[in-house]
Design a binder for this molecule. Structure first.
Ligand code: PRX
Length: 630
């Protein structure tokens, strides 16, 4: 790769990175995998533990319901923890944690396995069986990781709800997954304030009937309501004889479900993306290993939240499968001061930082003096995820944080893909704003409305044309929607929902969503959810939401509201509506701006034309006005 003449602004890896990289023959690996992707994946899978080997690597007979490692028996939690017990990893640190208030906790692989086994026994004693869904709703604390792994150990299906969501978002997810158990923290710290998670959950539980037991993790120590017969303290359960450290592992099928993760789609309610033990395990293990070029002595930090896919795959599963040391921080990057992150990199000697462009842009605003006050020389690699990174933020990240030495792994992927899809490795020449090329064994394309590949540097739909192990298996309880949403526009081809271009060097440039998904500060929200939250306020007759460009957040939510007859427009009501959305869905969904209107542009069939609202807000001419009703 290094020899090829590339166009545009290129950042070549330093000779130090090239010399020390574990994998130098990346192009060879890619070329080989292109010829035989199944062989590539089978080799990766072979590095993990299988109780029984698979009989078929890929079964395409029910496509698009692809199956991987068919017949294989394994367990991802076994591979994350038990597999390391007879190796030098046994006493290595698995998880380092710092709380927002500055507390520190750490778990060796041995300790993390012990806590997981104990909690898995607690879950079993409460009647949780293989296939049962368990919802977790917490901040970024170690108990969340323990909870996820404990579910996996016994074959239960975890559904983590991001701790920044609130009442209705949690209710919907509890109800749709039909969870019997909710694991919740009493509260979480966010910028010095306490988010009353248990109180929010209590309100959600009034709307959700399926939950039988609520396990409460004490994080803040603030008083909470404990419902007799339903609510139990996690720390009390963990001291009972039932919480033994001996816990038999469920030997699950490769295709048995591991987790549900709700994400926003084009229309309607959030959908539960379903991932399985086998393929997801192989995909996250392999991508983490190559892309972050992980070494024994590394301390790796993914600053995402475990409540989103980035945290699932690259705080919890990918690093633990690789025997890496993963660092997790509870709080906000700028609290109490904008040097909080840099301080922790220095204090713990972190080597890899993986975060989102919005965080970089947010930290950039405070200037270089904050990071420059700290010794960041332990850093070797940087990563970016969640939205396109603008070249200005890329260069700041590279120069100020990476001191020009650390390559940036701009990884494009989705909740649905489970693992990195377009990504460099440390030896790949980089272009700011491009994730370079697809990971080995993957075939992607950019096509026009007719499904034909577009030309060089032309924009089109980003699609994936071959299956990959960590791909979602279905939408939980809604296989039809899975087929319609992802595999129907271009039959047999996976539609990502993003638009992109490919340049003369084959580098991909992802532009953004082409559907009704809005990425706000890297978080994925749907216009439909915001509209439905607004619509649940008694003053609102109808509402529309769009995303408009925002300097730090990437996109900000703008809403247009038609009030019910007789309701007076006022600034107070605007604030009330914003608070209402925050209460129902979460602060991240709170519209930046709300405008009262008398009508909304619609198609003849009555669909809101958000594109027209967007064009109008940006002062552009909306195309396609022909189909408008008014
Ligand atoms: O639009 C793309 C954007 O995030 C979407 C997926 O969001 P989510 O499922 O929440 O997963 C985010 C973390 C994997 C994609 O459809 N996206 C993600 N990573 C990038 C990106 N856009 C550009 N560059 C990226 N590196």
């Amino acid at each position: 790769m290094g020899k090829q003449k590339l166009t545009g602004e290129i950042f070549y890896p330093s000779s130090d990175i090239m010399l020390r990289a574990r994998v130098n023959d990346w192009d060879e690996i890619r070329a080989k995998a292109e010829v035989n992707p199944e062989e590539f994946w089978a080799k990766e899978a072979g590095e993990l533990h299988w109780f029984e080997p698979w009989t078929k690597i890929l079964d395409e007979s029910k496509k698009p319901f692809y199956q991987w490692f068919v017949g294989g028996k394994t367990n991802i939690a076994y591979n994350c923890l038990d597999r390391h017990m007879n190796t030098a990893h046994r006493n290595k640190l698995a998880l380092l944690w710092e709380g927002e208030k500055g507390e520190f906790r750490s778990f060796s692989y041995f300790a993390l396995r012990r806590e997981t086994c104990k909690f898995a026994n607690v879950l079993r004693s409460l009647g949780v069986q293989k296939g049962d869904r368990v919802t977790l709703y917490m901040g970024r604390i170690p108990e969340l990781v323990i909870g996820m792994l404990a579910c996996a150990r016994i074959g239960a299906v975890h559904s983590v709800v991001y701790g920044g969501f609130t009442v209705e978002a949690l209710h919907e997810r509890l109800e749709d997954s039909h969870s019997k158990i909710l694991i919740v923290a009493d509260g979480s710290y966010q910028r010095g304030k306490i988010v009353p998670l248990k109180a929010i959950a209590d309100e959600a539980l009034q709307r959700a009937a399926s939950v039988e037991s609520v396990l409460v993790v004490k994080r803040t120590g603030e008083p909470v309501n404990m419902e007799p017969g339903r609510d139990m303290w996690f720390h009390e359960l963990m001291t009972l004889p039932i919480a033994s450290t001996q816990c038999t592992i469920e030997k699950v099928d490769a295709e048995d479900p591991l987790f549900l993760l709700y994400t926003s789609g084009t229309t309607g309610k959030p959908k539960a993306i379903l991932h399985t033990h086998g393929g997801y395990m192989v995909g996250t293990y392999s991508t983490f290993k190559y892309v972050f070029d992980i070494r024994e002595e590394d301390r790796y930090w993914c600053a995402a939240d475990p409540g989103w896919i980035t945290g699932h795959s690259y705080i919890v599963y990918g690093p633990l499968l690789n025997g890496a040391t993963s660092f997790m921080y509870e709080g906000a990057p700028t609290y109490p001061f904008p040097n909080r992150w840099w301080q922790m990199i220095e204090r713990y000697g972190l080597n890899i930082l993986y975060t989102a462009p919005t965080a970089i842009r947010g930290l950039m605003r405070f200037g270089e003096a904050w990071p420059n006050r700290h010794d960041l020389s332990s850093l070797r690699l940087l990563g970016s995820v969640g939205e396109p990174i603008n070249p200005e933020a890329w260069k700041w990240y590279h120069r100020v944080i990476g001191k020009g030495r650390c390559p940036i792994m701009d990884t494009w992927w989705q909740t649905e893909t489970g693992m990195f899809m377009i990504t460099p490795t440390p030896v790949v020449p980089l272009k700011p704003g491009s994730g370079t090329r697809p990971f080995p064994g993957l075939k992607m394309d950019i096509v026009n409305e007719e499904g034909k590949p577009v030309g060089i540097n032309e924009e089109g739909f980003l699609v994936i044309t071959t299956p990959w192990p960590a791909m979602m298996r279905t939408i939980y309880k809604d296989p039809e929607r899975y087929v319609n949403q992802y595999w129907t526009k271009f039959p047999g081809v996976y539609l990502t929902g993003d638009s992109a271009k490919r340049d003369e060097d084959g580098y991909y440039w992802v532009i953004g969503r082409v559907d009704d998904v809005i990425k706000v500060s890297g978080y994925r929200l749907g216009t439909a959810e915001i509209e439905s939250a607004l619509g649940s306020h008694p003053a609102v007759a109808e509402a529309a939401a769009i995303g408009l460009p925002h300097e730090v957040k990437g996109n900000a939510i703008y809403s247009y509201v038609i009030l019910k007859t007789g309701i007076e427009k006022s600034d107070k009501l605007i604030e009330e509506l914003r608070q209402h959305v925050s209460h129902e869905m979460g602060p991240i969904a709170k519209p930046e701006h709300i405008e009262f209107v008398d009508s909304l542009p619609k198609t003849r069939s009555g669909k809101i034309m958000r594109r027209v609202l967007k064009a109008r807000a940006l002062g552009q001419e909306p195309k396609d006005i022909m189909t408008l009703e008014e």
